[in-house]
Design a protein around this ligand. Structure first.
Ligand SMILES: Cc1cc2nc3c(=O)[nH]c(=O)nc-3n(C[C@H](O)[C@H](O)[C@H](O)COP(=O)(O)OP(=O)(O)OC[C@H]3O[C@@H](n4cnc5c(N)ncnc54)[C@H](O)[C@@H]3O)c2cc1C
Ligand code: SF4
Length: 346
């Protein structure tokens, strides 16, 4: 049995206290939300913080409300409760579909939105137990010198595997982070860095407190498509989140397309210039898929073969856009149909 290392456990009752304790720990402490990622990582000695600061006793981090024309979702909201929230389910299908496809029902009952957004990056050479990693002399992300995926590279290429981040980026959401000096908001897209080790832009002692979602207006549609080995549960190896706003004649007025699990951060695809002004014709969808899938340059550090994952990007992008056009996703070919069928029915 793998056990956690010895650590100090603190459980503050207020956000202010939690911020103060994080700062006092000088960047050495780690936050515990649902623990579904952190605890297994501690058992495998990927993360060995001397102090754990739990967020579980802070009620304000669980609040969800609509204020100033935005939906505020507390970082400690579980993924399970996110999927049963009618505001999320009916108004933001991309977020609903992303949260509903994270892991398994048990893990969604424990796992939180904040923890999902701050999820550690993943790699086949890193997500192994201590003995396995020691046998290859570790790697740059933890205790080693080189990257086994790209040995000449000065950086780590571990992959961002969060499901909700691409969806929130496509929806134009913001996050609020808090520290001893107060709170600040930033777009979800600015929370991430293209670096497998330092993958978050926030300071180490800052706490993600809320996600702020705009309340959608008429004509907005969104979706989230995920590729993974097992439909029952698995991390994404590729994901596509798409959002559009159409006018009364069906012409696209604004659009965002985000690809997940292909880099150390979710990537905003250069699609809006082609989509805006179009009626989502087949030619436009093909052109967007061609342009956006060129971003997918997967490395050999997750599941499936490289070539197949790259080809799948094209199919997933097309499927997501056709769904937004109003096509039935179950009639869109094998890969697209499989992605659509993976969304659990409640
Ligand atoms: C078998 C298995 C399958 C999984 N499949 C998926 C999947 O398909 N998709 C997916 O996205 N995830 C998956 N996960 C990972 C994980 O379960 C989810 O991402 C979950 O949402 C993490 O949330 P948590 O609250 O448990 O985070 P924790 O494990 O508590 O924390 C995760 C990280 O975020 C930090 N953190 C937590 N809360 C905050 C905060 N408020 N502010 C700042 N930092 C914070 C922690 O310090 C830690 O570094 C899987 C995990 C397992 C074990
Ligand atoms: S990408 Fe390279 S450095 Fe990063 S976890 Fe994988 S092997 Fe290690």
């Amino acid at each position: 049995m793998m056990r956690c290392h010895r650590f100090r456990y603190e459980s503050p009752a207020t956000l202010r206290e939690a911020c103060a304790r994080m700062t006092d720990a000088g960047g050495e402490a780690m936050l515990l939300a649902g623990g579904t990622d952190l605890v297994p990582n501690m058992k495998r000695r990927q993360q060995v913080p001397p102090t754990i600061i739990s967020l579980r006793r802070i009620p304000e981090l669980r609040e969800t409300r609509i204020t100033d024309g935005r939906i505020w979702i507390g970082a400690m909201t579980t993924l399970a409760s996110l999927t049963t929230n009618p505001d999320v389910r009916n108004r933001h299908p991309a977020l609903f579909k992303a949260a509903a496809q994270v892991a398994t029902p048990h893990l969604r009952n424990m796992g939180t939105l904040g923890g999902n957004l701050c999820l550690d990056t993943r790699c086949n050479y890193y997500d192994q137990n201590y003995e396995w990693r020691k046998a290859i002399n570790f790697c740059m992300k933890k205790e080693g010198e080189i990257c086994w995926v790209a040995p000449g590279s000065p950086r780590c290429w571990a992959v961002s595997s969060t499901d909700t981040a691409p969806a929130l980026m496509a929806l134009g959401a913001q996050v609020e982070v808090a520290g001893v000096d107060g709170e600040r908001c930033l777009p979800v897209s600015e929370l991430y860095r293209e670096d497998g080790i330092e993958y978050l832009s926030k300071k180490r002692d800052e706490i993600l407190t809320r996600v702020l979602l705009p309340v959608p207006v008429a004509g907005e549609f969104s979706t989230y498509w995920k590729l993974r080995r097992r439909g029952s549960f698995d991390f994404p190896v590729l994901s596509v989140a798409a959002w559009i706003r159409r006018d009364g004649d069906g012409i696209v007025e604004a659009a965002r397309l985000v690809l997940g699990s292909i880099a150390s951060r979710p990537l905003l695809a250069p699609a809006s210039s082609i989509l805006v002004g179009s009626a989502l014709s087949e030619e436009v969808i093909q052109a967007v898929a061609e342009e956006a899938s060129s971003l997918a340059r997967p490395l050999d550090n997750t599941d499936f073969s490289l070539g197949w994952r790259k080809k799948s990007a094209h199919h997933l992008i097309q499927g997501a856009l056709r769904e937004l056009r109003g096509d039935n996703p179950r009639e869109l070919g094998p890969i697209a149909r499989r992605a659509a069928e993976l969304v659990p029915v409640f």
